[in-house]
Structures are given as structure tokens and as C-alpha cells.
Write a protein that binds this ligand. Structure first.
Ligand SMILES: NC(=O)c1ccc[n+]([C@@H]2O[C@H](COP(=O)([O-])OP(=O)(O)OC[C@H]3O[C@@H](n4cnc5c(N)ncnc54)[C@H](O)[C@@H]3O)[C@@H](O)[C@H]2O)c1
Length: 377
């Protein structure tokens, strides 16, 4: 059943001066994409970059909306999945954009999840020394996280997201109707990032999620749009204060130090999606913080209970296929790109909504904690 069109989309502003932009959130917004693009860049041509899954469901509507507003359109489709964030696809896509005669003053429209957005954004940062681009995110993860804040990247043989640029989009249009076609597991994984904003800095939002998560998952009411708007507002505020992650933006990595090691241990495969790894990582960050006496055990349990209730993995035993031993996990943590002078950065918590950056975590404490978690039944 399709929910009714809502009249007023939510608009979240990313306050970055001349590089500032709007995130527009609402159901059915793709229909207005052409008008919005034409208003921002009159006369510009647009190259849509998408993946083959998203193309099947949403490319015709995006093309039609742009064409109806008089925007000349070309399109490039890349294979779905993380492997498209590669040098090979970066080259192919860059050449295709140049061949389509996208010039300075024209733009790229990134239509898809974090993979299409990160790849197209990086191409936009580089081709002709920088093109404008618009994000049209179609996964929950992309709507609340990857489309906002200007981090773009491809992967290196040495690890994920190691080659990239900060390049802000000029507009983000999050049409929540696109989530209707998203596989439920992908939606659930994206919800981990929604919960992340609550857990790192917004106790009231966490209580709201505990009461309303079923409506967020179900759609059909305004709960989903509300959760996305609150998440984007949280990210936009942090990005406006610390665009290049010299300080506070690191809080957005809550769950990522443990989570990244788990993702790497699973070979960045479908065994553990990025959002699932973040959920398990956040559960570990709360558990570790409780073990260190930073947060009452009952409060850590409350956070973990919510993640488990919505269906996200919260224990090492929840991860299918088995994990390597504690030393291998410690090695993976040490290889994280957030390591500073040999010390991994952890985001720990003093409460729900009270995360902080810790660079001086005792590695033996982490080792002992992970050994306990690996041994747990
Ligand atoms: N730039 C950032 O700040 C940032 C932040 C978080 C994550 N990321 C990156 O985002 C990526 C993960 O993003 P993701 O979870 O969106 O993955 P994704 O882009 O791979 O999308 C997940 C799957 O859903 C499909 N899909 C997307 N939208 C759909 C729709 N509406 N209907 C049906 N299928 C759809 C895709 O084809 C893909 O198979 C990772 O590469 C991660 O590094 C970037």
C-alpha cells in the first residue's frame, strides 16, 4: 500500500557558508527533482550515476523529472555493490562523464545508496577539477548518513575509503518512497545509523525511537520522515562545526572501530553489512564503556536491547560464519584508518546520548574484553 504524498517536505540546512546546501526529505520528492535542479543551476545538463538495482526501480522517474524541467540528461549505470568503489570504475565513470560533455557548470546526479554516492561524489570532486553534484539517496543509510557531509571515496587494496576527497553536494533530495523497494535487511542495517545519532548525542531521540521504531520500519506514517530529518539535523550540525573531522565529527564513528574490525574479519561480504557491523560495534562500545565503569551497566544494556529488538546483531555470536581469534581482531583494530600514532581511536560513552572520543584506551583492556565476548555463549 502506498502512503499518501505529504505536502511539506522537511528541509535541513547544512550551514557551510558558500558550500552550504539543503537536505530535502519527504515522500514523492523525485517528482520535484528537475524543478529544484533547474532553480539551482539554470541551463545545466545532468549526468545521472546509478547502480543497476536502483536503475531498475527509480531511474525512469528521475530521468522524467529532470527532462520535464528542461534539464538535458545522460546516464551511467555501474554494477551494484561495494566492488564498484574501485579505481577501475572511477576511471570508467570519469571518462563517461567527460564523453557525455558534462562541463563545469553542469552536474552529476548520484542516484543510489552509499556506493553510488561515494563513487559519483569522488568523480565529481576530480573531473574537470571539480563538478557540482546532487545526491538522491535511495537507501536508509545513504539518506541519514553517506549523502550528507561531503565525504567521498573509493577503496584501496589496503582498505576501505582510503582514497577520496571532501566535496560537498549542492543539494540532497531524500525521497522516502524509494525506500519501499529496499530489501528489509538493508533497511534494518541503515537503521543502525539512525540509532547511532541518538546513542551518541540525543537521549530524547533515543526514547522516541524506543517508542516509535515500528512505525519507522513500517513507513506509512510520518515517523520515518521524522527519524530521517532528526538524523540529518544531527549530522548537519556536526559537519557544520567540524567539516574535515579534526575533532567532533569523529563522534560519528561511534561503533566503527570495533565494527570495522568485524567487517574486515568477514571480508566486507554480505555476511555482515556495514550498518550491521556498526550496530555490533556500538553494542561493543557500550559494553566496553560499562566494563570500564564509564556508564552504568543497566544503561548500556538498554542501548544494546534496542538494537537487538529491531533485529540488528549485538553480539559476536550473532555474526554468521564465525570470527577469528582475539589477536586477529586486535590486529584488525590496529589497522583501522582512525589509528593515530599507533593508538586506535575509540568512541566511548558516559551515557545514552553522551559519547566522547578516547585516544588512550589500554589495549590490554580491549583484548580482555574481546576475549570475554568471544567466549560468551
Ligand atoms: N560518505 C560517507 O560519509 C559514508 C557514510 C557511511 C557509509 N558510507 C559508504 O556507504 C556504502 C554503503 O552504502 P549502502 O548501505 O547504501 O550500500 P549500497 O549503495 O551498496 O546499497 C545497498 C544495496 O541496496 C541496493 N539499493 C539501493 N537503493 C535501493 C532501492 N531504493 N531499492 C532497491 N535496492 C536498492 C543497492 O543496489 C545495493 O545492492 C559503503 O561503501 C560505505 O563505505 C559512506
Amino acid at each position: 500500500m502506498t502512503a499518501p504524498l505529504r505536502a511539506d517536505p522537511a528541509i535541513v540546512k547544512v550551514a557551510l557558508g558558500g558550500r552550504g546546501y539543503d537536505i530535502v526529505i519527504g515522500r514523492g520528492l523525485i517528482a520535484s527533482l528537475g524543478v529544484r535542479v533547474a532553480a539551482l543551476r539554470p541551463g545545466a545538463k545532468a549526468a545521472i550515476v546509478t547502480d543497476e538495482n536502483v536503475a531498475r526501480y527509480h531511474l525512469p522517474a528521475v530521468e522524467a523529472a529532470l527532462a520535464a524541467a528542461g534539464v538535458a540528461v545522460s546516464r551511467v549505470t555501474v554494477p551494484a555493490g561495494e566492488s564498484s568503489k574501485s579505481f577501475r570504475l572511477f576511471e570508467q565513470l570519469s571518462e563517461a562523464i567527460i564523453a557525455a560533455r558534462i562541463e563545469r557548470g553542469d552536474l552529476i546526479v548520484a542516484l543510489g545508496g552509499g556506493v553510488a554516492g561515494d563513487l559519483a561524489g569522488f568523480v565529481a570532486s576530480a573531473v574537470r577539477r571539480g563538478l557540482d553534484y546532487v545526491q538522491v539517496p535511495t537507501t536508509l543509510l545513504a539518506q541519514v548518513d553517506s549523502s550528507v557531509g561531503g565525504k567521498t571515496a573509493i577503496n584501496s587494496a589496503h582498505g576501505k575509503n582510503l582514497i577520496g576527497a571532501f566535496h560537498q553536494p549542492i543539494l540532497v533530495v531524500a525521497d522516502t518512497a524509494t525506500l519501499d523497494t529496499l530489501p528489509p535487511r538493508e533497511f534494518c542495517a541503515g537503521y543502525a545509523e539512525v540509532a547511532k545519532y541518538a546513542l551518541l548525542g540525543d537521549t530524547a531521540f533515543f526514547s522516541w525511537l524506543e517508542a516509535n521504531w515500528r512505525d519507522v520500519f513500517g513507513g506509512g506514517s510520518s515517523a520515518r520522515e521524522h527519524a530521517i530529518a532528526v538524523s540529518c539535523r544531527a549530522k548537519a550540525a556536526i559537519v557544520a562545526r567540524d567539516e574535515r573531522e579534526t575533532g567532533e565529527r569523529a563522534l560519528l564513528n561511534l561503533g566503527h572501530t570495533f565494527g570495522h574490525a568485524l567487517e574486515a574479519a568477514c571480508g566486507f561480504s554480505d555476511r555482515l553489512l556495514h550498518g550491521e557491523a556498526v550496530a555490533a560495534g556500538m553494542a561493543l562500545a557500550f559494553g566496553f564503556s560499562a566494563r570500564q565503569g564509564l556508564i552504568p551497566a543497566a544503561e548500556a544494556e538498554r542501548a544494546i536491547r534496542h538494537l537487538a529488538e529491531v533485529g540488528l546483531p549485538t553480539t559476536l555470536q550473532d555474526i554468521p560464519g564465525g570470527l577469528p581469534g582475539v589477536e586477529a581482531l586486535m590486529d584488525l583494530i590496529a589497522q583501522d584508518k582512525k589509528v593515530k600514532r599507533g593508538m586506535p581511536t575509540f568512541i566511548l560513552v558516559r551515557g545514552i546520548g553522551a559519547a566522547f572520543v578516547e585516544n588512550g584506551v589500554d589495549q590490554n583492556e580491549v583484548r580482555a574484553f574481546l576475549s570475554e565476548k568471544l567466549a560468551a555463549k
